[in-house]
Design a protein around this ligand. Structure first.
Ligand SMILES: Cc1cc2nc3c(=O)[nH]c(=O)nc-3n(C[C@H](O)[C@H](O)[C@H](O)COP(=O)(O)OP(=O)(O)OC[C@H]3O[C@@H](n4cnc5c(N)ncnc54)[C@H](O)[C@@H]3O)c2cc1C
Length: 385
């Protein structure tokens, strides 16, 4: 049986989030690009609506919804403010990860704050010399009695300039490749830890930056899962988070398209609304077609995850296509606004710059296509290891 309908509760949830996002979130979007202030107030308002706890169990202050619900939230917040949609995606991804792998004490310590919006949790995997080749880490964690000493340099960490804690990946066994990687919760302000902000071309308010660690003392109970499980931990969550990322981007593109449709029906050239020209209609029709197709792929992926079915290939398909398509659609929308689209106070260039970040973040298109090829043709086609 195939059913493409959201449940009445999900439709109601979408309406509620859309109304909230358009009134409480959207008006602040462009200010974040100018003043580069972390959108804490928006995050707290989203938390009050339950949007930061969608993958956190009730016992820890969340509501543990199906993944499809996180997708709806990400899409609707993405329509209003792509950057605030990170709070849905990152908390779903990291909340889920802690819920499934952390000890009860660790969950009790960090999940309630994530759900109620008082805790900003980042993730630090990337290093200056290890991005796509994510297992090739240099950061190390040495066990000394009841603590691990973490040292190394992490970079490109979203929220670095605002986070309270961070899930850090470091080697507990330097010789063991991916199997030597472990995951820890680390305080961004603990002795030996320091963060700096990298000037970015987009998502400026999210304060992406570096995390330096010099013998940071991390309690042993802040290890997530077992030693050497870090890679398994992260890869198990990356998959469906990729569909949520694509929905954030597609929400931003869909909003741009709606605004463009309204504009071309008003704007006149050659004595008629420009919407009457095929050259204007066709790119709009094409954009709508592709957004719809990509959305369906994303919701299929989230549904597969909710059903406990394999979805690695679908997630990688969403991730390489969704943000790329969104950037292309937003660019087209800018062009259909003529010179007005190029004026600074229109949101299109910011949307393009913001969405473009997640063509790279969480794995580039090339890496996603390698995953798809591996799923289609087997591990023997991998170009490495
Ligand atoms: C907006 C944004 C947010 C981010 N947030 C975080 C975060 O919160 N935490 C975190 O840890 N990291 C984060 N990152 C980092 C991100 O995950 C990495 O930038 C990404 O994985 C790519 O790594 P790299 O930048 O080192 O590029 P590289 O690995 O150096 O790749 C450079 C280029 O080579 C290509 N390439 C590399 N290997 C191959 C291959 N085998 N085949 C074909 N092409 C290849 C890549 O696709 C890319 O085009 C973020 C990045 C951005 C832009």
């Amino acid at each position: 049986m195939v059913n493409f309908r959201f449940s009445p509760e999900q439709e109601q949830f979408r309406d509620t989030v859309r109304r909230f996002a358009q009134t409480a979130i959207a008006p602040l979007y462009q200010a974040g690009d100018t003043n580069k202030t972390f959108p804490r107030r928006q995050m707290e308002a989203m938390a009050a609506l339950g949007l930061t706890g969608l993958r956190i169990p009730e016992a820890f202050g969340g509501s543990l919804q199906p993944c499809v619900v996180s997708g709806i939230a990400a899409e609707e917040i993405g329509r209003a403010d792509f950057n605030c949609a990170y709070f849905v995606e990152q908390n779903a991804f990291l909340g889920d990860l802690l819920h499934r792998f952390a000890s009860p004490a660790l969950k009790a310590r960090y999940l309630p704050g994530m759900a109620d919006g008082s805790e900003v949790m980042g993730i630090a995997l990337t290093e200056p010399a290890a991005g796509s080749d994510a297992a090739n880490l240099s950061a190390k964690a040495e066990r000394q009695g009841d603590v691990y000493l973490l040292s190394g340099e992490k970079t490109s960490v979203t929220f670095a300039g605002a986070m309270d804690h961070c899930i850090v990946f470091a080697k507990t066994d330097l010789e063991a490749g991916a199997r030597g990687v472990s995951a820890f919760v680390v305080g961004a302000n603990w002795p030996g830890a320091s963060c700096t902000v990298l000037p970015s071309i987009g998502s400026k308010c999210l304060l992406r930056g570096t995390l330096s660690m010099d013998h940071v003392r991390v309690p042993r109970d802040h290890l997530i899962g077992e030693e050497g499980q870090g890679f398994r931990v992260i890869m198990s969550g990356f998959d469906y988070a990729r569909a949520i990322i694509a929905l954030m981007a597609l929400g931003t593109a869909a909003q741009s398209l709606d605004e463009t449709i309204a504009y071309v029906k008003e704007r006149e050239a050659f004595g008629r609304p420009i919407a009457k020209f095929e050259g204007v209609q066709f790119p709009i029709a094409e954009a709508h077609t592709m957004i719809e197709a990509a959305r369906l792929l994303c919701y299929q992926c989230l549904w597969l995850k909710d059903e406990g079915l394999p979805h690695t290939k679908e997630a990688a398909m969403c991730k390489w296509w969704g943000p790329k398509l969104a950037v292309e659609v937003i660019h087209q929308c800018l062009l259909l606004h003529g010179h007005y689209g190029y004026v600074d106070d229109m949101p299109f260039d910011q949307r393009m710059r913001d969405v473009m970040g997640l063509e790279i973040g969480d794995g580039t298109a090339q890496i996603q296509k390698i995953v798809i090829a591996r799923e289609l043709m087997g591990r023997e086609v991998l170009p490495y290891r």
